[in-house]
Design a binder for this molecule. Structure first.
Ligand code: TXA
Ligand code: MG
Length: 306
């Protein structure tokens, strides 16, 4: 079943249904080495899937749950090892969407839910996006996702951000009162160097449209570069300067929240533009805002050579 969350739509299964979980891996084409996030409706439910509930988890859940923060902690012994990809830890999050929370509460048990897209492709932020991949499944339409990019994944021991998201390092440090490592970038390099990866889904190329996708630093670069027929994705304030030279320009809002919320829909629409062989993304102007950093991470990975 496909369920909405505030970040992206998830392909969900009961944590106690191994066949449904196996089907998720199969349908997504997801490597068995990439663990799933367990979604809960309460801290008590979160406690039921971990070995112990650290004080840091209590503080972070108090500050950010329900919301786009996933905590990686030691897994309970009785948790299905398929969920954790056989590893010692489990990723847990209490999402903010009422439909997802309602389903978990009605079930009375946590659900696993990776993003509802084929592994490596752009995550779905509307029910229609999910339907492109899983039309034969039950899809609960909860509207367009508010945030539009996946949750921050934070490992508690040692403390480290594995995937940047809407909840940034500064907000986490403010709650914990100490420094947090951010190594999302180096996790990518590790995947090439070694089969041992802290967070497999955080590795390298991901969130990629089917069309070759690249990024240019500014709208002027678009004029200088020798592109064929392309579809351009640009922040609204640059969009005007892109017009005329390309087949089509897809505009995104200039602010971080609007850009993040619209990004995956823009990538998907660009992928469907007929006659354009390539997607060119005009890099947005980012400041140090957490959401912009998360957007930059997704753009970098959407445009990495595969
Ligand atoms: O916002 C989200 O997190 C969405 C919605 C549906 O909740 N879910 C999502 O799931 O993005 P997925 O499976 O597409 O991404 C989960 C990420 C992957 O990068 C995976 O490697 C990482 O979390 N992960 C899961 N369990 C982990 C663990 N035990 N240790 C380290 N990383 C883990
Ligand atoms: Mg995913």
């Amino acid at each position: 079943m496909v369920l909405p969350t505030e970040t992206v739509y998830g392909l969900a299964a009961d944590t106690r249904q191994p066949r449904a979980i196996a089907e998720i891996f199969k349908r997504k084409g997801r490597p068995a080495s990439n663990p799933l996030i367990v979604h809960v409706s309460s801290v008590d439910m979160a406690r039921s899937v971990v070995r112990s509930w650290p004080a840091d988890a209590d503080r972070l859940a108090g500050a950010f749950w329900p919301g786009p923060l996933t905590l990686v902690m030691d897994a309970a012994d009785d948790l299905d090892p398929t969920i954790t990809a056989g590893g010692p830890t489990v990723a847990v999050r209490r999402p903010a969407h009422p439909v997802m929370l309602g389903v978990i509460e009605a079930l009375g048990r946590p659900v696993v839910a990776p993003s509802a897209n084929p592994s490596g492709y752009v995550s779905p932020t509307t029910a229609a996006h999910a339907e492109e991949h899983f039309a034969d499944l039950l899809i609960l339409d909860g509207g367009a996702c508010d945030i539009g990019i996946e949750s921050t994944v934070l490992q508690l021991e040692p403390l480290r951000i594995l995937r940047p998201g809407a909840i940034g390092v500064e907000a986490i440090e403010a709650v914990l009162g100490r420094g947090v490592q951010t190594e999302a970038g180096s996790a990518d390099e590790r995947v090439d160097a070694s089969p041992v990866v802290a967070s497999p889904g955080v590795a390298g190329a991901h969130y990629q449209p089917r069309k070759p996708t690249r990024m240019v630093a500014a709208a002027q670069d678009l004029a200088r570069a020798d592109f064929g027929r392309v579809v351009v994705i640009a922040p609204r304030r640059f969009a005007g300067s892109c017009a005329g030279r390309s087949l089509q320009v897809i505009e995104l809002p200039d602010d971080a929240a609007g850009y993040a919320a619209g990004l995956y829909d823009a990538l998907r629409r660009a992928d469907q533009v007929e006659g354009a062989a390539e997607i060119v993304v005009v890099a947005p102007d980012e400041d140090g805002d957490a959401l912009w950093l998360a957007v930059a991470d997704r753009l970098r990975r959407a445009t990495l050579a595969r």
